[in-house]
Design a protein. Structure first.
Length: 301
């Protein structure tokens, strides 16, 4: 009995030691900053504190101003629109690519490497590169391709310089840069599917499409839920692409919530007001994630 208790005691300490660094990292970089943001959201704190004025409590003033701020509401809608566009496209494309890459053919490892390579490139570098591709004049690679395919009958788009196409441009870039991660995750799920299920489906006369809908999709349901949830959360963190490509323009059509928080806190130096944005944004993303998770589970049951 003493040996069992001693073993349990050692296992508890081992668990504490193993979890300790992760808990410390989470507390120091996530929990504490959020608590500070909550506290600052009730103050008029600025980035550089004026020693004569100091920092004082303002109650709910920041939150009242926030919900009357058209620019913030527009940034929230822009972020939501980006998510609605990017997540379904990215996840659907990831499923398609994962199914193709799951085939055992010669040279398949090379194609897996190609789709994984964008993940090792910093998003800052990707954004700068795509800014050159999206140039609206004749030096823009994409416009040159359009002109070549249409024999010069279609004029090049303005891409990042038009309110109608700027968000679409950011979606295209983001899908290209992020689809590799979702593909790798879904591919791992596909490789864990029991092959006997496909063999049984073939014996029952199932075709390729039937095997995909009735065997593959149900078998990787949990993987797909994880991919959709993680993609949604990542899409709400849209920042670098906006900072490099459009700075929120044109006409405020691409300002994301995170970029708006950054601009308010570090350029306008209104830390208290930016903190209230962060708190509202966190609650909004949390609620949307919970709703999406619930809806996904309901439709998959």
């Amino acid at each position: 009995m003493k040996k069992i208790k001693s073993l349990i005691y050692k296992e508890k300490w081992a668990a504490v030691l193993l979890a300790g660094p992760g808990v410390f990292w989470l507390t120091f970089w996530v929990i504490l900053p959020f608590l500070f943001a909550v506290g600052y959201s009730f103050t008029n704190r600025t980035l550089v504190i004026n020693p004569k004025l100091g920092t004082s409590l303002v109650g709910l003033k920041n939150y009242i101003e926030l919900f009357q701020d058209r620019d913030f509401l527009q940034s929230f809608w822009n972020t939501l629109r980006f998510t609605i566009l990017a997540v379904p496209i990215q996840c659907t494309l990831a499923i398609f690519l994962a199914v193709l890459l799951n085939n055992k053919v010669k040279g398949i490892g090379f194609f897996r490497l190609i789709y994984f390579m964008p993940l090792v490139i910093p998003i800052l570098v990707v954004s700068i590169t795509w800014s050159l591709l999206f140039k609206p004049d004749e030096s823009g690679f994409i416009n040159n391709i359009i002109s070549l395919l249409t024999f010069g009958h279609v004029e090049g788009l303005k891409w990042l310089f038009s309110a109608e196409t700027a968000m679409i441009s950011i979606v295209i870039l983001s899908v290209w840069a992020g689809v590799g991660m979702q593909t790798i995750v879904i591919l791992a799920g596909l490789q864990s599917v029991d092959t006997s299920l496909y063999e049984a489906a073939v014996l029952d006369g199932a075709g390729t499409a039937q095997k995909f809908w009735y065997v593959t999709i149900p078998s990787i349901r949990n993987t797909l839920i994880f991919v959709y949830l993680s993609s949604t959360i990542m899409s709400f963190k849209l920042f670098t692409q906006v900072l490099v490509l459009t700075q929120g323009g044109p006409l405020n059509s691409t300002t994301s919530v995170v970029y708006k928080i950054y601009k308010t806190g570090y350029i306008d130096q209104r830390i208290g007001y930016a903190s209230s944005m962060s708190v509202v944004f966190f609650i909004g993303v949390l609620l949307l994630s919970l709703v999406q998770q619930k809806f996904t589970k309901m439709t998959s049951d």
